[in-house]
Every structure is written in structure tokens, then in C-alpha cells.
Design a protein around this ligand. Structure first.
Ligand code: SAH
Ligand code: MG
Length: 927
């Protein structure tokens, strides 16, 4: 039946609901109209016998955080307005208020009190009307009375008015209640029960209206049982579940009152909606007995208050129950313990990310945003907006500004001023190009709900695309908050400077106020956050298994090595299952599993143990490992159906067992291009280039700077060379582990070479280590572009002045070749088309720069001159003498003083050994 939009205010609203929605959401609001055939039957007095039908319209409105459906109307327009009206109410958008001053608001509130108790209001479809139905069935002196608290809970307008009268109403439901109580007393037509929070109309309603309401609030036929969550005030007591039973004869508010041990339903306060605006999930708690003169802080239910962003006192019940506009029947839905913990977890930036990826144990908020196609899960900007909404802050403001490229180049190149002059630009920016270097910076401001500035973030990094600037900055802000919220004991004065060299300004007072609740909740319970998995002290299994990083224990790897493995920058798809294990009680329960979970290796998108495990596997291999279990909250958030049962068990001394399998690996664009567009692949051509120089110079010793997973060293073993000793250095432990495995396998099999020893070191190639000195040949292939430019200079200086190899071969991408690579279409479904049309980007997300030929030559020439080397330029891929040169440019440095004594080179700091020897081989080939 078509209902008309409720009109209870004194004056007409200034904006239509649709206009309000448009103001807030613009094109993000989508309306959809559905036709409904309504059959008019006998029940309709004005119509002739027989059946007729007419077309009615119903409107579906989808907003980013809410979807609503209107009643049916004869006009589409009305259906749309009605849907918008419902959304406006649900979202609490301050709208059809005529008041702006507290005085006006007070008068309107008093008027509203009378307005609610009129025949006109009772004929509307307002959810409050059903409460009147309950009241009108009640016998005795409570006939016709409703709890004031349901007015606070159901009427958006009352709430909005209260906020104008007293801003504290925003966060304290007690303030709303006391204002309603005062307004009721001030209103002529209603009366309250002495000392109680019951309210009713002085006079009666018209019989027609009473009949209408009694008909409308049809009774519940059977007894409903609904699951709710009980959040005790006492922090030591655990959150648990309870069941609410409601029936024809039992008002749900009464049932809640009973469960909370209070006399009647007027003593129960209802919070605003928690979580999705489209639900009716609310907290119910008793009115504190001694409202005045008592230190209310003591009565505060900290967990529930933190959870809801409102002051909640005493023990609380979290339930999804209530009357809706759509139907007069009681709506209710179970709230499980698991969903409570998920919502709780979702209040933290990394928690929100974990929940959104449905991988609570596996996912982590990534520390870097490399590209849109590699980012899995909701984009950082959306995550930040959700975070702010969760904290009841205003939407964050992003301001993108253009930065003068000169200014930037001096900022970025740091102590390495030479770079600027090389080509007038910095890494990757070729000023010869017509797409002049537009560099964008993004600042982010965070405001409280009342528009006070809480923090301003201004990051040094610059981007070429606006969306990159925004997403990256949003991610940094998220990570900043995440870190901050995990170190709440940090003094507020310190937080501005904490975590980075970027310019972060925090307004301590306003900031501390907004996040005070965190302190009170997490301050008490240190253990909320999943700790870094330290040692597994009591882990009872076979300890001969090697221990990994972070106390992880990796069990046997299943399946043959396919040779294709997840390396940094690749997208890896895994399947995994995580089980909770508690050996004493024989518990092993799968809590989370995923058949396909994709992430970018090296960005911190998964817990470190999964990354460490996965980088040791190749496609189709699987492995198991265990880590210490995280906190109870996180376990229950992931536990789904089992949460209720598990919550009964003591969850200490548990561990998590992961079983992981690598399904697919998508290599970084650079690797795919090098393979697809060059034959043999560029990496192979680089190896052959190195082999030529090794054999030409009869080198017997080689050090590979930045050896990664050992692809060069490995390939060298397949060639006949003069080498007897090979050494690799890298800062990636994971890559080194992989290199060790590959070399070990090959060296113990092969008999084709005269290799005598092989070593792998974990350390930075910008750090002097005497064990890397005096080699015949040094290689540094596709490494320098992974370091900041000043570090690339530092490496050059150290390599040529201290390591002093006779020959040093350095390769790096030629930026000028990129357009050719980009034009050749490598099938690449994930890369969005927008990226292709834009300016050239780097070949690999991890590249800090890519140099044009002139920039690379400038670097190499300068270093050669400084350290008495000669240098020659060459390359692989394409032709050197045809524009734009080789795809991969190579500099070959040769030491001018050829018989420099080894001691002379290493004498500076003879026994400086900052690198860690992680693997060595000096056996003879197994024949
Ligand atoms: N040379 C290898 C790997 C290239 S990828 C190949 O051609 O396949 C770049 C490598 O440089 C990565 O393995 C990275 O860990 C390493 N790297 C980056 N900065 C480094 C540093 N300061 N010291 C040592 N290795 C570094
Ligand atoms: Mg590279």
C-alpha cells in the first residue's frame, strides 16, 4: 500500500531528501526503480467487486555504505524521495531541521515531543509507531506509555536537535535522554511517569488511529530466539553470547531489560547504530542508577564505548533487533561473537584491511602501494575514509599540488647533487621528452567530526599521476595510524616526529581527545594486538626442523621444484588454510582458509612468515609452518561458526598451523617484458655478456653485488668458465635462501667445472666488507636502480675505491628504451589502460630511478675518473648505435693500476666484516 512520506515537523523541510543525498554522495548514489503489480482485492472499500490491478513503484537506493528500499508508490518520484528519506534518517544526515541555534532547537524539540504523540504521527510508517502498538496493548498504568529511550533510538530528528542543543549528545546517549525528559516535561500534551523514563500522551488518540495501530503492529506468531553479544563492564570478564527470546506477549525491550537485570524497559538506553548503517545493530545498557554526582568514568563500559564510539555505561548487550519502517513485524538477526570481533578488528587500519580481504590471519596492511593493478583489496584511499568514518571523524581531505621539478630534484637527490646536472632531471625523468616533468605531491588532513584539525600529513614523495599521489599518501597515513594505535603509550608530543622523516603535524589536544578511548581500552589490555611471533618456547614438536625468521618453523616442502618462484615484485596466488592447534586438548580446528589468495611479494601484504615461506616455494609446491597464536580477539574474529564454542575454551598456549601452496606467480612487468620481447631473454644476454668478459680476462674469482636469488651465479655454473671462486652479496635474506638452495643443488651435482668455493653474504653492497676485496671481476646487474640515487653513488665509490675488482660490470635499464617496451604489447590483463597512455613509468615497481644513457654515463665517467678506472659503455637488447640505444645499458670498468696488491686494497680496515656469511660451499663435486 502506498504510504505518504512522514510529515511531522511544524514547517516544511528546506531540502528534499533526494537533494540531501545528492549533496553528500553525488553520483555515488544510485537509484533503481522497480515496477510492482498491485492487486486490489475486496479489502478496498472504494472499489467495485472483482480484481483490478495497478502499477506501483518501489525504489532501491544504493549508497557506498548503505542500501535501502522504499515502500511502493504510484509515482516514481515519490518512491525515490521515500528511499532517500529512509537513507537520510538511517545516516543521521542533519536535514529537515528549521533550527540552527540551541534555543530554536530546544523549542523544536519540545514541539517534536508533542508531534510524536499525535494521530497524524501515529498514522505514519515511522518505526516508533510500532512501539505505540505495544504500548496500547499494555494494561494498567503503563497503558499507552513508551520508554523515552526508544524515542532517542528511533527518531533521527530528536537526535539531531539534541546535538544542536548540546554537542555532547553526539557521543553520550545520557545527554539525549535527559534532554528528551526535560522536553517532555516542557511539553503541554505529554506526561511522564514520576521518576521513570516512561512517556505518554495526556489525552487519548482517536479510535480510528488506535485501531489502525493495533492492526498494524501485528503480533509475532511464534517465539523468536535471537543471538546477541554480551559485553560486561568489567574488563576482566569475557565477552560472550546470549539469546534473547521474544514473542507475542513479550516486548523485546522487556526481554533485554530482564537480561540486564533491570526493572523495566524504560531503564534501558539504546545506542545509535553500530557498524553498517543499514543494520539495526545497537547496544543496550541500563541507565546508570546514580546519574548525577557519581564519577561517571567509573561506570563507563570501556570496551563497548570504544566499540560504538559513544559512552556506554554498565553491562551492555549488542543486538540486531528492532522495528523497521518497511514492516511492522519485529526485525531481528543473530549477532555472532565472530561478527562482534570482526567489527572490533575493523576499527584498526590493518584490521579493516584484513577483514576486507577475508584473510584475518594472513593479510597485513601493505607498507607500499606499487600500482593499482598489484594492489589487492580496497584501495588505500577508501580504507582511510572507512577508518575515519569508523572513528567518527570527518572525511579526510586530500590536496594534490604541483611541485616545481627543480625543487624536487634537490630534495630527492639529497647529498648527491651531481645528479641534477646530468640531464637536468632526476631518475626516470627525461627532460628531452615532451611530457615535461609534472610532479605531484599530496597532503592529507584529518579532521574531527566538529572540523577541528587533528593531524596534517605532508609527504616528500612525488608522483606523476594524481591517483598515485592520493593512494600512496592515504596508505602512508593509514600506516602511520596503525603504528600509532599499536604504540599508544607513546607520549603525544612524540607522535608528530614518529615513524618517518615526512612532515607530520599533530594537534595534540584535539588528537588525544579523539583517541582517548583507545588508551583506556588498549592501555588495560596490552595483549590485544597480535604480537610478533617470537619464540615458540613450549612448542612440543620435533625441533630438529630449522627455525626461520620470527620464530617460524617450516616443515617439509612438498612437490618438485618447478623453478618458477615468487620473487619480490611478483604477484603470487596461493591457497592456504590456518588451523588453531592446542595439543593438550587435542584441538585442531581450521579457522581460515582461502582457495585463491593473491598478493604482491615484498610489499608487506601478508604476515612475514607467509612471505618467508612462499618465497622458498615454487609453483605447485606446498609447505606447513606454525607460529604462536595471536590474541583471543583475533582468533575469534576469524573463527566464524566455531567462535562461540572456542570462546568457552582457554585459548592460551595455542599455536597456528598454516599450510600454504603456491598456485600461480605473475612476474613483474620487467621480467615478463625481458622474456617476451628479447630472444634470448635479456637476463640470459646479460649472463652471456658476463661470461665473455670472465673468459676474456681469465678471471678466477667473481663477486656478484646484489646477487638476488642467484640467477647469475647459477647460470655461470652452466657455462664453461675460468672461475674457481664465486661469491654473492645481497640484502634480501629470502632471495639468498633461494640462491643457496639452487647453488647447493647444482654444485653437488655438477662435475663440469673447476669450482672450488662459493659463498653467500647477507649485507648491503654500500657497506665495506674486507672479504669482498680484490676479486678479478665484480658484477652488479640490474641492482643500482633498486637503490636511492645517493646510494648508487656510494656503491660506485666503495666498489672502485675499496673492493677494487680488476673489472666491474654494472648494468641498469635504459630509460629511453621504455617507450619501445611499452608500445610492444605484452599481454598484461591487470595493467589498466590508463597506465599505458600516461607517461612512461618504470619497468619495475621497486625501481627508485631509471636513467637515460647520459645520466648513466655521467655516473660511470665521474666514478671512473675519481678512482682511476677506465670505463666502456655497452649493453644488451637492441642495438647500441641506433636510437634509443640498448634496452639494458652496461658499463665495464677496468682498473688502471693492474697489479694492485690485494693487501693494499684491503688494508684500510682489514677485518671489517659487516656482512653475514649465510651459506658456503667448498666441497668437491660429487662424482
Ligand atoms: N642481480 C640480480 C638481482 C637483481 S634485483 C639479477 O640480475 O637477477 C636487485 C637486487 O638488488 C635485489 O635482490 C635486492 O635485494 C638487491 N639490493 C638492493 N639494494 C641492495 C643493497 N644496498 N645491497 C645489496 N643488495 C641490494
Ligand atoms: Mg631492476
Amino acid at each position: 500500500m502506498g504510504t505518504k512520506a512522514p510529515e511531522t515537523g511544524v514547517k516544511k523541510p528546506t531540502f528534499t531528501p533526494k537533494a540531501l543525498i545528492h549533496q553528500k554522495y553525488a553520483s555515488k548514489a544510485s537509484y533503481r526503480i522497480e515496477e510492482v503489480q498491485e492487486t486490489l482485492e475486496n479489502g478496498c472499500p472504494g472499489l467495485a467487486i472483482g480484481q483490478q490491478s495497478r502499477i506501483l513503484y518501489r525504489c532501491f537506493l544504493d549508497l557506498p555504505e548503505l542500501s535501502v528500499v522504499s515502500d511502493t508508490f504510484t509515482r516514481k518520484k515519490d518512491a525515490e524521495q521515500s528511499a532517500a528519506q529512509i537513507a537520510v534518517e538511517k545516516l543521521g544526515i542533519q536535514s529537515n531541521l528549521n533550527s540552527s541555534t540551541p534555543e530554536e532547537a530546544w523549542n523544536e524539540l519540545v514541539a517534536r515531543m508533542s508531534g510524536l504523540f499525535t494521530d497524524e504521527f501515529l498514522s505514519s510508517s515511522h518505526p516508533l509507531v510500532v512501539h505505540f502498538g505495544v504500548a496500547l496493548r499494555r494494561a494498567g498504568n503503563l497503558y499507552g506509555t513508551i520508554p523515552m529511550t526508544v524515542i532517542a533510538a528511533c527518531d533521527v530528528k530528536v537526535n539531531s536537535l539534541c546535538k544542536i542543543i548540546d554537542p555532547k549528545a553526539e557521543s553520550d546517549p545520557l545527554v539525549v535522554l535527559s534532554l528528551i525528559s526535560k522536553a517532555a516535561k516542557a511539553s503541554e500534551s505529554v506526561c511522564t511517569l514520576d521518576g521513570k523514563f516512561w512517556i505518554r500522551k495526556k489525552e487519548g488518540y482517536s479510535p480510528n488511529v488506535i485501531e489502525l495501530i493495533l492492526n498494524r503492529s501485528s503480533s509475532i506468531s511464534e517465539c523468536l530466539q535471537v543471538e546477541a553479544v554480551y559485553i560486561p563492564c568489567e574488563m576482566e570478564e569475557q565477552v560472550s553470547t546470549l539469546s534473547l527470546l521474544v514473542s507475542d506477549t513479550k516486548y523485546y525491550m522487556d526481554e533485554i531489560a530482564e537480561k540486564l537485570n533491570v526493572n523495566d524497559s524504560s531503564q534501558i538506553i539504546v545506542s545509535r547504530t553500530v557498524g553498517k548503517a543499514s543494520s539495526d545493530m545497537k547496544l543496550y545498557f541500563p541507565i546508570p542508577e546514580a546519574c548525577i554526582d557519581v564519577n561517571m568514568e567509573q561506570l563507563l563500559n570501556k570496551r563497548a564505548s570504544y566499540f560504538s564510539g559513544q559512552s556506554i555505561y554498565g553491562n551492555a548487550i549488542f543486538a540486531n533487533i528492532g522495528y523497521t519502517r518497511k514492516s511492522s513485524e519485529l526485525f531481528c538477526e543473530d549477532v555472532s561473537l565472530c561478527s562482534y570481533y570482526r567489527m572490533l578488528l575493523g576499527k584498526l587500519p590493518d584490521g579493516a584491511y584484513k577483514v576486507s580481504r577475508e584473510a584475518i590471519f594472513a593479510a597485513e596492511l601493505p607498507t607500499s602501494y606499487t600500482s593499482r593493478s598489484n594492489w589487492k583489496g580496497p584501495p588505500p584511499r577508501d580504507l582511510l575514509c572507512v577508518f575515519c568514518r569508523q572513528q567518527r571523524l570527518s572525511e579526510p581531505i586530500f590536496s594534490v599540488t604541483n611541485v616545481d621539478s627543480y625543487e624536487i630534484s634537490s630534495e630527492l637527490s639529497g647529498n648527491c647533487k651531481e645528479v641534477q646536472h646530468a640531464n637536468g632531471g632526476i631518475g626516470g625523468i627525461d627532460n628531452k621528452d615532451s611530457d615535461k616533468s609534472i610532479l605531484l605531491k599530496c597532503e592529507v588532513k584529518i579532521f574531527s567530526r566538529r572540523q577541528e584539525t587533528l593531524a596534517e600529513f605532508s609527504f616528500a614523495d612525488t608522483y606523476r599521476k594524481e591517483s598515485d599521489a592520493i593512494q600512496n599518501s592515504a596508505l602512508k597515513v593509514l600506516n602511520w595510524f596503525d603504528n600509532y594505535l599499536k604504540q599508544l603509550d607513546m607520549p603525544i608530543e612524540k607522535i608528530s616526529s614518529f615513524g618517518s622523516s615526512d612532515n607530520i603535524k599533530v594537534y595534540p589536544q584535539a588528537f588525544a581527545q579523539e583517541f582517548a578511548m583507545y588508551l583506556s581500552v588498549y592501555g588495560v589490555k596490552q595483549n590485544y594486538f597480535p604480537g610478533k611471533c617470537s619464540s615458540l618456547g613450549s612448542f612440543p614438536r620435533n625441533l630438529s626442523i630449522p627455525k626461520f625468521e620470527n620464530g617460524m618453523i617450516l616443515f617439509s616442502i612438498d612437490g618438485p621444484d618447478s623453478g618458477v618462484f615468487p620473487s619480490p615484485g611478483s604477484l603470487t596466488c596461493i591457497s592456504y588454510a590456518t588451523s588453531l592447534v592446542k595439543e593438550e586438548i587435542n584441538l585442531k580446528e581450521v579457522l581460515e582458509s582461502n582457495d585463491e589468495f593473491e598478493f604482491e611479494v615484498g610489499t608487506g601484504a601478508v604476515i612475514s612468515q607467509i612471505e618467508a615461506c612462499v618465497t622458498q616455494l615454487s609453483i605447485n609446491q606446498a609447505a606447513n609452518f606454525v607460529i604462536e597464536a595471536p590474541s583471543r580477539e583475533i582468533i575469534l574474529a576469524a573463527a566464524g561458526e566455531s567462535a562461540n564454542r572456542l570462546s568457552q575454551l582457554p585459548l592460551d598456549n595455542c599455536f597456528l598451523e598454516f599450510s600454504v601452496k603456491v598456485l600461480r606467480v605473475t612476474e613483474p612487468l620487467e621480467d615478463r617484458m625481458e622474456k617476451a620481447l628479447f630472444s634470448p631473454p635479456l637476463s640470459k644476454q646479460r649472463v652471456e655478456f658476463a661470461v665473455r668478459h670472465i673468459n676474456e680476462s681469465q678471471a678466477t674469482t667473481l663477486v656478484d653485488f646484489g646477487c638476488g636469488s642467484g640467477s647469475l651465479l647459477d647460470s655461470l655454473l652452466e657455462h664453461t668458465t675460468s672461475l674457481e671462486k664465486i661469491v654473492g652479496v645481497d640484502i634480501s635474506r629470502k632471495s639468498l635462501t633461494r640462491a643457496a638452495k639452487v647453488l647447493h643443488q647444482k654444485l653437488s651435482k655438477t662435475s663440469l667445472n673447476q669450482m672450488k668455493s662459493a659463498e653467500l653474504y647477507d649485507g648491503s653492497i654500500t657497506d665495506f666488507d674486507s672479504r669482498l676485496c680484490g676479486f678479478d671481476i665484480g658484477t652488479c646487474l640490474e641492482v643500482i636502480e633498486h637503490m636511492e640515487e645517493d646510494q648508487a653513488w656510494l656503491f660506485g665509490d666503495i666498489a672502485l675505491s675499496s673492493f677494487c675488482p680488476r673489472i666491474l660490470i654494472v648494468s641498469t635499464p635504459n630509460y629511453e628504451y621504455n617507450p619501445i617496451l611499452q608500445r610492444s604489447s605484452v599481454p598484461n590483463k591487470e595493467e589498466d589502460s590508463e597506465d599505458k597512455s600516461g607517461p612512461c613509468k618504470f619497468r619495475n615497481n621497486d625501481h627508485k630511478f631509471e636513467w637515460a644513457r647520459a645520466q648513466f654515463e655521467h655516473w660511470a665517467n665521474k666514478l671512473a675518473l675519481r678512482h682511476d678506472y677506465s670505463v666502456e659503455f655497452s649493453g644488451v637488447g637492441g642495438l647500441g648505435d641506433v636510437e634509443p640505444g640498448f634496452a639494458s645499458q652496461i658499463a665495464v670498468f677496468r682498473r688502471n693500476i693492474l697489479n694492485l696488491a690485494d693487501e693494499e686494497c684491503a688494508s684500510i680496515e682489514n677485518s671489517r666484516h659487516p656482512c653475514e656469511l649465510v651459506w658456503e660451499w667448498n666441497g668437491q663435486p660429487n662424482l
